[in-house]
Design a protein around this ligand. Structure first.
Ligand SMILES: Nc1ncnc2c1ncn2[C@@H]1O[C@H](COP(=O)(O)OP(=O)(O)OP(=O)(O)O)[C@@H](O)[C@H]1O
Ligand SMILES: Nc1nc2c(ncn2[C@@H]2O[C@H](COP(=O)(O)O)[C@@H](O)[C@H]2O)c(=O)[nH]1
Length: 197
């Protein structure tokens, strides 16, 4: 007998919500928008990535990320446990595959918050995924947000801004663009795209 995850009934593939991927340059506000959205709609399931980056103050293992060593990341990759992974500004990040597939099969709205390279890999492996690009109102505002967050030293900010130029140039690869002027507005727009409201 087939066992369904967490006692849920299997949902036929054509009745399942599409996987949604949210990408955009570092500091544009992806985590802020997603946290705001999930306060009112906790039914949106956000994948928790594995990363080799060190935790920022207040970040907890298993909440924002699974913080892993380089050796642990090597094993996750070698064992095929990641749906996608990428190196971003000196650290590696990856999406645990099993949990994502389990939630999709259960018919839940699933969201990945990942970088451009990861979004491209998801597009290859899951062509049905919806790719959403979060853009800043301006370059100056992006720099202000990333700097103002105060979580990275100047050299890391420079590195992330260099990557941001590449990411901004790839906007046309995405199915949708949302401009993060207002967190509330963008959260509402994202929920609508995901057919949650
Ligand atoms: N619409 C907005 N207006 C003003 N400030 C914002 C807005 N959205 C987010 N911010 C601020 O911008 C900073 C960066 O936001 P956040 O950490 O969510 O970005 P991110 O895209 O998740 O970054 P990263 O990819 O580096 O994790 C935070 O200080 C946040 O409070
Ligand atoms: N390809 C992937 N990118 C990911 C994943 N988890 C997060 N990210 C992206 O990395 C950068 C930096 O994140 P930060 O928390 O160090 O600021 C950002 O663009 C994230 O969206 C992942 O699993 N795969």
């Amino acid at each position: 007998m087939a066992v369904t995850p967490r006692g849920t009934s299997p949902v036929p593939p054509d009745a399942r919500p599409r996987l949604t991927v949210l990408s955009g340059p570092s500091g544009v506000g992806k985590s802020t928008v997603v946290a705001h959205m999930r306060k009112e709609h906790p039914e949106v399931w956000l994948s928790v990535s594995a990363t080799t980056r060190t935790p920022r103050p207040g970040e907890k293992h298993g909440v924002q990320y699974f913080f892993v060593t380089d050796e642990e990341m090597d094993k996750l990759i070698a064992n095929g446990e990641l749906l996608e992974w990428a190196e971003f500004a000196g650290n590696r990040y990856g999406t645990p595959r099993a949990a994502v597939l389990e939630r999709l099969e259960a018919g839940e709205p699933v969201l990945l918050e990942i970088d451009l390279q990861g979004a491209r890999l998801v597009r290859e492996s899951m062509p049905d995924a919806r790719l959403v690009f979060l853009a800043p109102p301006s370059w100056e505002e992006l720099v202000r947000r990333l700097t103002g967050r105060g979580t990275e030293p100047p050299e890391v900010i420079e590195r992330r801004l260099a990557v941001a130029k590449i990411e901004l140039a790839a906007e046309s690869e995405f199915d949708e663009t949302l401009v993060n002027t207002s967190v509330e507005d963008v959260a509402r727009e994202l929920l609508a795209l995901m057919d949650v409201v």
